[in-house]
Write a protein that binds this ligand. Sequence first.
Ligand code: G16
Length: 542
Amino acid sequence: MIQTLATTPFDGQRPGTSGLRKKVPVFRQPRYVENFIQSVFDSLEGFAGKTLVVGGDGRFFNREAIATALRIAAANGFGRTVVGQGGLLSTPAASHLIRKRGAFGGLIFSASHNPGGEDGDFGIKYNIGNGGPAPEKITEAIYGCSRTLTRYLIEDLPAPHLDTIGEFRLGGMIVEIVDPVADYQALMETLFDFDRIRALFAGGFQITFDAMSAVTGPYAKRILEATLGAAEGSVINATPLPDFRGHHPDPNMVHAAHLFDLAMAAEGPDLCAASDGDGDRNLIIGRGLFVTPSDSLAVLAANAHVAPGYRAGIAGIARSMPTSQAADRVAAARKIPLFETPTGWKFFGNLLDAGLATICGEESAGTGSNHVREKDGLWAVLLWLDILAARRQSVAEIVRAHWTEFGRNYYARHDYEEVPAEGANALMAGLRDALPGLPGKRFGALTVAGADDFAYHDPVDGSDSSHQGLRILFEDGSRIVYRLSGTGTAGATLRVYIERFEPDPARHDLPTAEALAPLIALAGELAEIRRHTGRAAPSVIT
Ligand code: G16
C-alpha cells in the first residue's frame, strides 16, 4: 500500500559537483534519504510507468538507502527498477544501463573516492536519460523541492532482497536484479580489440590493478583476469567492502602510494592501475613513469584511433578548465575542436550528445568517451592496454614520444583539505578583487597575460555557468588556477592547479616540483594561502 507521510525540509540538500554528499550520520537521520529522493522525483515529470536504474558502490549504508529508494520509486509510480545485484553498479556501468534500457534516469549511491564506513561519507546522485549526471537546471530544481517538501510517498511493503538475480514485484513496480558486470563487459568488447589484449597478456605483460576494496573489483576480475587472461592475482583488493578496508578509495599518489612504489621497482609490473570507490576514476603508472591524468587524456586522445571503437577518429576533445592544456595541443595538431568546461562531468553531457566531443577528461583522474555519459576508470585502463598492445611500446616510451611530438605540460594540483570555510572564501574573494590589476605585472621571469573568473557558455543549450575558478594566465603559457572543491563534506578544500609548458625535449625529465617551483611559490604569495588557511603546505599533491 502506498503511504503518504508528512515531513519537514532539511537544510543543505543541494547537490554539489557530483550529487549530494554528506557524512553517513547525516544521511542516517530519519527521513533524510526519503526527503532527498522524493525531492528528486518531485523535480521530474513524465516518469509514470518508466524504468529507473539503481545501484551504488557498496559503501556502508548502500543497501539500506537503496531499499528505501526502491520503496519510494514504487510509490511514485515508476514501472520498473533495474538494480545491480547486491546493490552494486559502478557509475559508468549504471550510465550504460540507463542508456541500454532506455531508462528515464538512474540513482547512484556513492560518495565516489571519499572514505566510507559508519563515520565516512555517503552520497546520492541522479542521472538523466542520456546516462549522465543531471545538469544544474535539474539539480537546482531538486534543491528547490527539498526546501519546501511537506510529504513523501512510500510503499509500505519491504523491498526485495538485493542478492537474488530475477524479477520481483514491489507494489505496482517490478524490481529487476541484474548481474552488474555483464552489460558493461559486452560494451567494452565492442570498443576494444580483446584478442590483441589477450595476446599482450599471453606474451607476459604484467598488470597490477588495485580495485581499492571498492566497486570495480568484480568488473576487473572478470574482464582483466577471466576474459583477457591477466595472471590470477593481478587484481588486488578485489572484494567491495563497506568501509573500503578503512582506506580512501582514491587512486592518487597519496592513497595509492604503494602502487607508485611497485611501479618504480626495476622488476615492477608493466602497468599499475587503480580505480576509485564507484569506478569512474583511474590511475595509470607505467613501469618507472607516473602518467598525470592530464597527460593520460592527451595520450589517449592522440592514440584512440588504434582501438576498434574509435577507428573513425574522434570528433573533438573536451577537458575541464583546470585540466592541463596538453590535450589542446593534440586537438590543434589533429585539427579537431577542444572544449574547455567547468569542473564536473555533467558539463560534458551536451557536447557528447551533440557529437561535438568524443573523448573527455579531467585532472581529477577522470577520462571517458561517448560510450557512456560518465567518466570510466576501467575503460581508460582498457584503452591504455589496447594502445600498448597495438604500439608494442611501454607506457614510458609512449608518453616520452608524446612529449617529444607535442611538448610537455608540467602539472601539479595542490589541495588544502578541510580548511575553515571563512578563510577559504576570504582567499577567493581577495584574489577575485585583485584579478583586474594583474595583467601586465611581472613576477621574476613570469609576466601575467590575463586573469579572470572562469565562466562557461554551453554551446549546445546556451546555458551559462559563472564563478568556476580563478585563472591567472602567463605569457609563456603557464597557468595558476584556484578553485574551491564542490565534493568535500567538511570545511572547505582549496585546490590550486599549477601548469607550465616545456617544448624542449632536453628539459622533459625534470622533477615536477622543480619544474614548477617558481609558479608554486608565486601561487602561495598571490593568494596569501598561508594567511588565509593557516597551512604552510598542501595536504595532498596530485
Ligand atoms: C567529481 C566530478 C568530477 C570532478 C571531481 C572533483 O568526481 O564528477 O567532474 O572533477 O568530482 O571535483 P571538485 O574539484 O569540485 O572536488 P567524482 O569522482 O568525485 O564523482
